[in-house]
Design a protein around this ligand. Structure first.
Ligand SMILES: [Cu+2]
Length: 673
């Protein structure tokens, strides 16, 4: 057997005392103000991507093979043998609705980073000798950038798709010094087609077996037409403007719910298992409905679109270059969660934050994965020791488990918020100051996402100087309650925080992707407008499509316990409610006057609606999804008194009023959610 590929991270560019190069947010990666190697690294990165994407699909470290680990073409990678698929078994390696979701994808991102870095070193070797020496530090310090899709453009409240993902063509400088415009390898990936115009090994029929490029928000696929007549698919034309619209509108009328959702992910979750994935943790935990995976699922469908672009389909998502910048951010969220809930939390019993950590890691928890993977039968119990195939530690075939990749620092990268080697975190004896480290992280997160909170609500509407790092600016004015709506909603630093929870069978659409759409006011007639119109929010269930085989969910339904198929998602709606109050906006002929419980309950009862859209933009009638339970929960949130503290959300309690007696709505007399 040939040597297995050791995923160990990049070992170049490491500094003293554990200093590691940063994986930059993409906007900072390209900006010399933040990244001293910005110009050279961007050029080398593009050249390396061009190289890796052009590699033969027979090569283990080609874009095709690495992207293909996630789903199709369902073949062994790096010697990790698949098992004969059982009924309903998922045939990719990727783990979803699984406690292994964050760690498996941690290694997956580490793999692409290492593989691209190897290409970058080959690119470097093509430069003239004297240039090579000058460029080497840029190569040594390069790490894969990520896209923080919850970070607004400075000076605005707008979420933006990075330019690097949008540009069709981009300039590179070749090793011979010539500047050339090339197809941007971040805009799309070009699949290798065989002589028959097919992608070797892909099954399930067109469009995916024949589409020459990855595509985002394509025109609806027309089954009766040949791919050659369907321009967006055949020519790989992505509608990144639609991605951006979806990104902003999906997060609700206020355009901020994704931002608030990320803030709450860090402020609310103190235990790894519920944080890690969408599996339902059982009745009585309405505060646990969000997760790192749930937010990630929505972003997949936002990028791929409901017209079945690759990112919306679990079988093909790994090929779109956006996948890696998206998952780089998911990895960052995992790393931040771990830093905020550290293994040594018990050493700091008096710290008000650390003493509330519950289980920072798996801590003996196991969960059943109803779907299985290429190497695991459905309904297998998964724990910290489950193998993360096909990712190897060494050349001898040792497969990682989650414990083996628990500490991201071992992989040679860091994030701006997580520079644990800085001298200020060590006392004279060398002991690490965990409370200070956590406080700094909370401070950074409050600056990045805290503006979406009610305290900042009115402030964030004030015009700001665009050149300023405005979000941080605004946060610096912390805790001065602005005049206007906020003082009415917030009394004694407390206000009512509302969330809409969704519980549903992940196979409700036969294993295919679907979306639970929440509306305020009328539900538009045309399903195609559900993505953006009258939006209160959405919860996406990330699966396959009818055109992608390997998702025999009916079989999985028979094979697995219905309880283990239930998954959750959450939409945080308080900022939207505040926007409505502030704007005195009429919904259903009514103006919401306050965050008062009875008033909000009545308002939602009248005006909140939900529907299910299948991937491909057709409706899945609610009557056909008996598992669906939409519920509303409220908590008393207490605003912090100091910088570096989070909002304290208290316990969420369910309220019947908005959903009782409605199809798919929660009713406390009959439902346990
Ligand atoms: Cu993903």
């Amino acid at each position: 057997m040939p040597d297995t590929y050791p995923i160990v991270g990049i070992k170049d560019g490491l500094g003293p005392n554990g200093a590691r190069p940063l994986r930059y947010e993409i906007n900072k990666f390209v900006d010399p103000k933040y990244n001293p190697y910005a110009k050279d690294q961007l050029n080398l990165f593009l050249l390396a991507l061009e190289k890796i994407q052009a590699m033969s699909p027979s090569e283990r470290l080609s874009w095709f093979q690495i992207g293909g680990i996630h789903g199709q073409p369902y073949v062994d990678w790096d010697g990790s043998k698949g098992i004969k698929p059982e009924k309903g078994q998922w045939e990719g390696y990727c783990t979803h609705a699984s406690i292994l979701f964050p760690t498996w994808h941690r290694l997956y991102v580490a793999l692409i980073e290492q593989a691209v870095h190897e290409c970058m070193k080959k690119v470097l070797a093509e430069f003239p000798q004297d240039k090579q020496a000058a460029l080497k530090p840029a190569v040594d310090h390069w790490r894969y950038p990520y896209w923080d899709w919850a970070l607004v453009k400075p000076g605005t409240t707008e979420l933006v798709v990075p330019e690097l993902l949008r540009l069709e063509k981009i300039d590179v400088q070749r090793p011979n010094g010539v500047t050339q415009k090339i197809d941007n390898p971040m805009y799309r990936y070009q699949f290798p087609l065989n002589a028959q115009g097919q992608i070797e090994g892909f099954t399930g029929g067109p469009p995916y077996t024949e589409t020459p490029f990855t595509v985002r928000h394509p025109a609806p696929w027309d089954e009766s037409e040949s791919i050659k007549t369907q321009k967006t698919w055949y020519e790989g034309l992505s509608d990144n403007a639609a991605v951006q619209t979806s990104l902003n509108d999906v997060s609700g009328l206020a355009g901020r719910q994704l931002v608030a959702g990320v803030y709450q992910l860090f402020a609310m979750f103190r235990s790894y298992a519920p944080f890690s994935n969408v599996s339902w943790s059982g009745p009585g935990n309405p505060g646990d409905y969000s997760s790192i995976e749930a937010l990630h699922n929505s972003v997949h469908v936002i990028i791929g679109g409901r017209t079945q672009g690759h990112m919306s389909i679990v079988n093909f998502a790994g090929f779109d270059p956006a996948f890696w910048m998206h998952h780089g951010n998911v990895e960052r969220q995992l790393a931040i969660f771990q830093a905020l809930n550290p293994a040594d939390y018990k050493d700091w019993p008096n710290d008000p934050w650390l003493r509330n950590t519950v289980n920072p890691w798996f801590d003996g928890v196991s969960q059943t994965d109803s779907r299985g993977t290429w190497t695991r039968p459905p309904s297998t119990a998964e724990s910290a020791n489950s193998l993360l195939t096909p990712f190897h530690k060494d050349t001898n075939g040792t497969v990682y488990d989650s414990d083996g990749c628990r500490y991201f620092a071992n992989f040679g990268y860091a994030f701006e918020e997580l520079q644990d080697w800085l001298p200020k975190y060590r006392d004279a004896s060398g002991k690490f100051n965990t409370p200070l480290y956590c406080q700094d992280i909370r401070k950074a997160l409050s600056e990045e996402y805290g503006w979406s909170l009610p305290t900042q609500h009115a402030i964030s509407r004030l015009p700001r100087a665009v050149e300023e790092p405005s979000v941080a600016e605004v946060a610096a004015e912390d805790f001065v309650l602005p005049q206007g709506i906020v003082p009415q909603a917030v009394q004694d630093r407390q206000y009512n925080e509302y969330v809409v929870n969704v519980l549903v069978d992940r196979f409700a659409n036969n294993g295919e992707t679907f979306v639970v759409d929440l509306f305020l006011g009328e539900v538009p007639d045309d399903v195609r407008s559900w993505e953006t119109a009258n939006k209160l929010g959405m919860v996406a269930i990330f699966g396959g499509t009818q055109y992608a085989s390997g998702n025999c969910a009916n079989c999985a339904n028979q094979a697995s316990n219905p309880e283990t198929r239930l998954v959750t998602g959450q939409v945080t709606i308080t900022t939207t409610l505040l926007d409505l109050i502030e704007a005195k906006k009429k919904v259903g002929g009514e103006v919401l006057g306050s965050l008062d419980k009875d008033e909000v309950a009545q308002f939602l009862k009248k005006n909140m609606h939900w529907r299910i859209a299948k991937i491909g933009n057709t409706e899945l009638p609610l009557s056909e999804v008996p598992s669906l339970k939409v519920s509303v929960a409220v908590a008393t949130a207490t605003l912090p008194t100091e910088e570096g503290e989070f909002v304290d959300y208290g316990d969420f309690e369910l309220i019947d009023e908005p959903t009782v007696g409605r199809t798919g709505g929660y009713d406390s007399r009959t439902d346990e959610v």
